[in-house]
Ligand binder design. Structure first.
Ligand code: ADP
Ligand code: MN
Ligand code: MN
Ligand code: MN
Length: 336
């Protein structure tokens, strides 16, 4: 029987921002569905998920894709973390999303997440002069040319890898700050959005590693007059997408305004450094929504306002947010 490699990926207990971990299991035979992938375990005392005297945690495979880096039959497996007794671990935010997605499934929620990130080499963003600064922001967003964009070969390789894996990546662009980029995942359902975004992040880190480059999701990687990094979350339900949806979108915006603090609490650590009211953001202390307004908390796209139905863009989540928590919060607030 032939052997294949499964990369088991999970989310650790690191605070305030969880990190990805992974290790490889060689499996005999072939994998045709999720049930063929065995459960596995790891040392939770090394991932901030257990104490040393009782350190076993379980990995429960919940989603898998082709491994675009190893090729052949190899796979990447997303896992939920369980305690040794099989109960849900407190770091496992996916389990909560699964419950909420099931409860509100008749609303058919869709998500499209814009993941911004910044390449670093050592202590400087990629392409920045050692210990110094590039020219002020302006020409870099969606730029072209060796003096304006840095790291495109990694970005292209990452996009190809996502496509090969079957992740619903819908585009990429160079961002406002040099060395900063974005990719989008979606629109897909809530659990898929979470799983695919985490896997796409893993691929980004893994591919960047080959180039000696580190991709960071810090919301404000360079202090001062430089754009932060967010994860705008585009959201719609069936009734928002149908005729008359604008009313449903406005009601959702009102509900989001009433729950602003609760959302901010799970929209990513250090987000207050990014949501200042400058650099195409609304202050973290305010809530506003508006059509085509990139200075608002929630933007209703122009096309949605024109058509009278469509989706809303929550611009508040930071690049380092947990999509399982963000998707769950949006469904809960907008569909209840
Ligand atoms: P921006 O203009 O803010 O940069 P992008 O084009 O980067 O927007 O991202 C928009 C995202 O919204 C994409 O991921 C897209 O798939 C997603 N999207 C489009 N329509 C919907 C919808 N009806 N519901 C949820 N997400 C959607
Ligand atoms: Mn975008
Ligand atoms: Mn962007
Ligand atoms: Mn956006």
């Amino acid at each position: 029987m032939s052997k294949m490699k499964a990369e088991y990926i999970w989310i650790d207990g690191h605070q305030p921002t969880a990190k990805l971990r992974s290790k490889t299991k060689v499996i005999e035979g072939s994998i045709n569905n999720l049930d063929d992938i065995p459960e596995w375990g790891f040392d939770g005392s090394s991932t901030m998920q257990a104490e040393g005297h009782d350190s076993d945690c379980l990995l429960k495979p919940v989603y898998y894709v082709k491994d675009p880096l190893r090729g052949e039959d190899h796979i990447l497996v997303m896992n939920e973390v369980l305690q040794a007794d099989g109960s849900v671990h407190e770091s496992n935010t996916r389990a909560q999303l699964v419950d909420i997605a099931e409860k509100f499934k008749d609303h058919e929620p869709w998500f499209g997440i814009e993941q911004e990130y910044t390449f670093f080499v050592g202590r400087s963003p990629l392409g920045w002069p050692e210990g110094g600064y590039p020219a002020p922001q302006g020409p870099f967003y969606c730029g072209v040319g060796a003096d304006e964009v840095f790291g495109r070969e990694i970005v292209e390789e990452h996009m190809d890898a996502c496509l090969e894996a079957g992740i619903e990546i819908s585009g990429i662009n160079a961002e406002v700050m040099p060395g900063q980029w974005e990719f989008q995942v979606g629109p897909v359902g809530a659990t898929d959005a979470g799983d695919q975004l985490w896997l796409a992040r893993w691929l980004l880190y893994r591919i960047s590693e080959e180039y000696g480059v580190n991709a960071t999701l810090h919301p404000k990687p360079v202090k001062g007059d430089w754009n932060g990094a967010g994860a705008h979350t585009n959201f719609s339900t069936k009734s928002m997408r149908e005729n008359g949806g604008m009313k449903v979108i406005e009601a959702a915006c009102e509900a989001l305004g009433e729950n602003h603090d609760g959302h901010i609490a799970i929209y990513g650590a250090h987000n207050e450094e990014r949501l200042t009211g400058l650099h195409e953001t609304c202050s973290i202390h305010e809530f506003r929504y508006g059509v085509s307004d990139r200075g608002a908390s929630i933007r209703i796209p122009m096309a949605t306002a024109k058509d009278g139905h469509g989706y809303l863009e929550d611009r508040r989540p930071s690049a380092n947010m947990d999509p399982y928590q963000v998707c769950a919060a949006l469904i809960k607030t907008c569909c209840s």
